[in-house]
Design a protein around this ligand. Sequence first.
Ligand code: ATP
Ligand code: SF4
Ligand code: MG
Length: 326
Amino acid sequence: MDSILQLHHVSVSAKVGNEKFEVVKDVSFHVGKGETLGIVGESGCGKSITAKSIIGLLPSNAWLSGGDIILNNREISSLKKRDMRKIQGKEIAMIFQEPMASLDPVYTISEQLAEMIKNHLKLTRSEIKNYSIDLLEKVGIPRAKEILNEFPFQLSGGMSQRIMIAMAMSCKPEILIADEPTTALDVTIQAQIMDLMGDLKNENQTSVILITHDMGIVAEFCQRVIVMYAGEIVEEATVEQIFNDPKHPYTQALLKSIPRIDERQESLPYIEGSVPSPRSMPKGCRFADRCPLAFDQCFDQEPDLISINNQYKVRCWLYEKSNRKG
Ligand SMILES: Nc1ncnc2c1ncn2[C@@H]1O[C@H](COP(=O)(O)OP(=O)(O)OP(=O)(O)O)[C@@H](O)[C@H]1O
Ligand code: SF4
Ligand SMILES: [Mg+2]
């Protein structure tokens, strides 16, 4: 499969006050044409920051501190903002986790959609209007004509999320990054949106990076998965491999913490302990203090991400036995 996007050793740092720290470390992966790659991991593991680094929309106090990002055989991480804007929307688009942050409060929905569409598609004003209505209806927005004339503050969270999804899909991007695209939506709309992403994918061979906490969504939509922990990739595999035989103790714990649909629970099971802060990363394996299988070396040295075969990578001393001390 031809790859459309490649990340090579991407690191992202941030500065808060006088303190600089790394939030994403040495992340490498590729996305094939027409492929859906899932990125999973608990809150704070660096999924959104990795995604934002790809589309060039990192928060103002964060920057790419290492690595290259290749989109359609072109290095894009060093592009000027103006050149990056030319590819945003058409070559690559993103559905953000925080919908309000990506809608401009001073323009109506219609103006924002039109701006995006006219930059990339050759349509007349009335065609843009009809296309906008069509898009809003597709993402399940009732009264689409009226909503077009409203401002973001007039919309609920779920509604703004759908508008943003419509915007991200409007120019039929070659690659769509969807960061928790359906979290704020009810189950029926969630299914509708996922179907819509499926259609976009089938019609245009769109590649998708799907960031989600929902392993059910991963199982249904993704071909490969990347598991992130504390700013790093700890496992990369096909969906079948991850579900049938997860290698990394963190992935195993993540999968165990998924509630079964037939077992209604008051509270979700969770992995004890918490993700370390990027300001104080442990010296050895970043998962060591939560790992049921940890041994001495884990607390002392960090394992590399090693290839088990050309489809499978894992970062854990258990799979690097030849390198173990003693
Ligand atoms: N602008 C920022 N400045 C400093 N630290 C940041 C900034 N944005 C994110 N971080 C830190 O970087 C780490 C990764 O954050 P990120 O938002 O990518 O996590 P995530 O995996 O998307 O989590 P979630 O599932 O909650 O969305 C976290 O520790 C977070 O606190
Ligand atoms: S390296 Fe050690 S602590 Fe880390 S996941 Fe593997 S066994 Fe657990
Ligand atoms: Mg996030």
